[in-house]
Design a protein around this ligand. Sequence first.
Ligand SMILES: Cc1cc2nc3c(=O)[nH]c(=O)nc-3n(C[C@H](O)[C@H](O)[C@H](O)COP(=O)(O)OP(=O)(O)OC[C@H]3O[C@@H](n4cnc5c(N)ncnc54)[C@H](O)[C@@H]3O)c2cc1C
Ligand SMILES: Cc1cc2nc3c(=O)[nH]c(=O)nc-3n(C[C@H](O)[C@H](O)[C@H](O)COP(=O)(O)O)c2cc1C
Length: 549
Amino acid sequence: MTTPTIPVLFGTETGNAEYCADLLVEALEEEGFSASLIDMADFNPDETASHPVLFIVTSTYGNGDPPANAERMLDYLQKDSPKLSGLNFAVCGLGDTSFHHFAQCGKDFEKALLACSAKAMFDRVDCDEDYEVSFDAFKESAVSYLRENKDSLFNPETASSNETDPAAAAATTDFTEAKVGGAERVYQAKLLEKVLLSKPGSAKETMHYELELPDSETGYRVGDCFAVDPENSARAIASVLTAAQMTGDEMVSWRGETIPLREALQSACLQQVTLELVRLVAKQPGAEESPAARVLNQENAQITAFLKEHYVVDLLEEHDTSQIEANTLMGALRKLQPRLFSVASSPTKDAQRVGFTIETVRYERKGKALEGVATCWLADRVHVGDSFPLRLVKNDDFQFPQDGTPVIMVGPGTGIAPFRAFLEEVEACQAPNDTWLFFGHQHEAYDFLYETEIKRWLENGTLDRADFAWSRDQEQKVYVQNKIEQSAEKLWAWLERGARIYVCGDAEGMAPGVASAFKAVATKQGGIHDADAWLQQLVDSGRYKTDVY
Ligand SMILES: Cc1cc2nc3c(=O)[nH]c(=O)nc-3n(C[C@H](O)[C@H](O)[C@H](O)COP(=O)(O)OP(=O)(O)OC[C@H]3O[C@@H](n4cnc5c(N)ncnc54)[C@H](O)[C@@H]3O)c2cc1C
Ligand SMILES: Cc1cc2nc3c(=O)[nH]c(=O)nc-3n(C[C@H](O)[C@H](O)[C@H](O)COP(=O)(O)O)c2cc1C
């Protein structure tokens, strides 16, 4: 039986959901089904009812919101409530359990589809940040469900029970609708300035980048981010080629083109390995006892840890991959992910410019000096005058309050970025909000990012108060969380006036430390008994906002 093409729709900002959806398409095609990978922004929602089977793979952004390219489709299902009784679907949600609304967008799609009378083929799967192994299970469920239920799913009589609009039913699978998400928000930006913010003596290399946007209509706001698509360095590519014993001149298929391997590797993720690559090296002749083969027999947690710990070059060096052809190797790699950077400038001040505060990542691993892909690409290989695409990623949840609410900003290190934007905005609009900044870094003498501006804002009243934590200027380390606890009395008074707290920067140490510090303030100064519930209530009411990474 010939089956109709199954749409596999993805909602994504940084490519994880697209990568997973692509794996599902491949698996369905290997099973003999025809499947199509579709960016949700390219899918005409009116066509939904004309499909007997549909898959949705989507991430979640903001605070439980859909990624931009999934907005229209979700909106259509929720508001237009089409009758979809002939549609069989399955949803996989990608997310991060550290967010309050974990994988919410997948849940919202499932709820909306069920409300439209569509039928769930099997349970929704929610995947955490280490999504590869859980997604693999979703993919297996999809393939086996379709294999076992092929006749009933694609039987024309069943499919025709959809009450389709005749125009939709007549529609062929033509995904040419104008995009509402992704593509519309991509701008060719020109690098105007690159300034080293850290001073000689600093252990860090923090840069300010100033870019010119093609027009003033981008609609970016303080609190938003932009995504950049970096390229791997020649050095990183050379080490993969050496480990794979390839020249780089081999022609390979990569993202719809046939190009030399060396060029394809520019945009492939060479850090974390994929499950596909582990499977590929494990099935090479004589690899039965190899680390890759052994880990595949272990629990999911071990497989996930293995994927995280191994760079592509490690796997190639540790295994005999001499039988793997260049094209097969590329087939097992994934696309390099875009990197997000917080806006560090105010569009009210200049809508045609955007600034970023970026720490260049240089580190040592297994005795080798390595480079952060995007930050070193920007620092070392993008020059003033060069242009490259920037994609706007809106963050409705991290916006500056327009109603004069007092604002407490906690942003050590590059976490200062959105608050530089907030303060430029306050200055440009003469906003009435009271503002309090907690900033920290290692040394006042070398790491006081935007020192001149911050001092000016304190003098001219743009910034009402600032507390600084220079962690290494004294024997005992001092962090912003210590400064928060030391200011308990004043902070509590601000909170009683309805102040909103914004936290940006390091997700691992800083964000939990800052949350604990505010809970300590509530206990000590506010006499709150259940500080966890108090903080949760602040989060739920939109008064405690985080943008951490
Ligand atoms: C919403 C959001 C906003 C962001 N805003 C900003 C911002 O304003 N400014 C900013 O600078 N960044 C920001 N980031 C982080 C940014 O997106 C990048 O992740 C970061 O800059 C590193 O990118 P990279 O490609 O250079 O590094 P990658 O090539 O991705 O390398 C980073 C990885 O290198 C490894 N690594 C790094 N150091 C070491 C070490 N010492 N030892 C061993 N391994 C190590 C780790 O595995 C780490 O995950 C933001 C992230 C998000 C999600
Ligand atoms: C700014 C930002 C906001 C996020 N918000 C949420 C959220 O509210 N809930 C959640 O489960 N995951 C959230 N995430 C995590 C992403 O959904 C997760 O990293 C996912 O794998 C991204 O997939 P993508 O690359 O397909 O967009 C957020 C990530 C970022 C960077």
